[in-house]
Write a protein that binds this ligand. Structure first.
Ligand SMILES: Cc1cc2nc3c(=O)[nH]c(=O)nc-3n(C[C@H](O)[C@H](O)[C@H](O)COP(=O)(O)O)c2cc1C
Length: 244
């Protein structure tokens, strides 16, 4: 026979690491920006654990969990990785982004130039970033299974007041050398899917400005606009947000 709960069960409070989440979900969803400029102050182990434990809670195709995360704080490793990241950054500047930046400069497109300057800061200050997390995946034809975990980690970091930036260029352009520095076996099918920088922000938190949803969402059929518009973010920053 089916039994019904007649009483709300009371759970004893569980001990929580003192640094666990300090922002609510919507705030984290709206303000988890690419926070590249960070202080060199180390990230406490309790926070590193919270980030990685959130990462591995994420879904993956078939729950395969074919992921590995390498946390890097050692200056002796950051130095060669920094050189590789800068090499990759230069390649990107001279190929994929070359024309876009030339155009942005000519047009005085300040937003694009700000992103470039911020990316440049990260490349130049790679070693100052206290924590890098290199994420690896394998046996995943979609290439997608690692990113919910990476994003979970970034959201958890945001909850702890830690700024992150998802980067992919080291794996794209310098994977073999990255494997050598980190001792990743080259013959086991691993790919470096991301390197996430993490540190306490120098900048302030703010809502990500994007093309509004009604410009990029169709209703039922491609090309048919939804019946709604969203002209300002549905989560609004409190006054003076991020300035304290
Ligand atoms: C798949 C992916 C790869 C990225 N690669 C890099 C990168 O290699 N270097 C970098 O500085 N930022 C990288 N970014 C960060 C984006 O530039 C950033 O998320 C975007 O400009 C939006 O910035 P915002 O979150 O501050 O609004 C990457 C982001 C994604 C999602």
């Amino acid at each position: 026979m089916r039994r019904f709960l007649t009483q709300v069960r009371e759970y004893p409070p569980r001990p929580q690491p003192s640094t666990l989440l300090v922002v609510d979900l919507n705030e984290a969803l709206y303000t988890t920006r690419a926070m590249r400029r960070v202080r060199p102050d180390p990230i406490p182990e309790v926070a590193v654990k919270a980030m990685l434990d959130a990462a591995i809670r994420a879904p993956s195709g078939g729950n395969s969990q074919n992921w590995r995360f390498v946390t890097v704080t050692d200056p002796a490793l950051k130095a060669p990785l920094g050189d590789l990241y800068r090499d990759a950054w230069r390649i990107l500047q001279e190929t994929v982004y070359k024309r876009a930046y030339e155009r942005a400069e000519a047009l005085g497109d300040a937003q694009t130039m700000r992103i470039r300057d911020s990316g440049e800061w990260l490349a130049e200050n790679f070693e100052q970033v206290p924590l890098w997390v290199f994420a690896f995946s394998r046996n995943d034809r979609s290439g997608a299974s690692i990113y919910p975990g990476v994003w979970n980690m970034m959201l958890a970091a945001r909850g702890l007041g830690i700024g992150t930036c998802l980067t992919t260029i080291a794996g794209l352009y310098k994977q073999e050398a990255v494997f050598e520095v980190l001792g990743v076996p080259a013959d086991k099918g691993w790919a470096n899917s991301a390197a996430v920088s993490a540190g306490y922000p120098l900048g302030r938190w703010g809502t990500a400005r994007r093309r509004p949803a009604h410009h990029v969402v169709f209703s039922e059929r491609w090309g048919d606009r939804p019946a709604w518009n969203i002209n300002e973010p549905l989560w609004l920053e409190p006054e003076n947000y991020g300035r304290d």
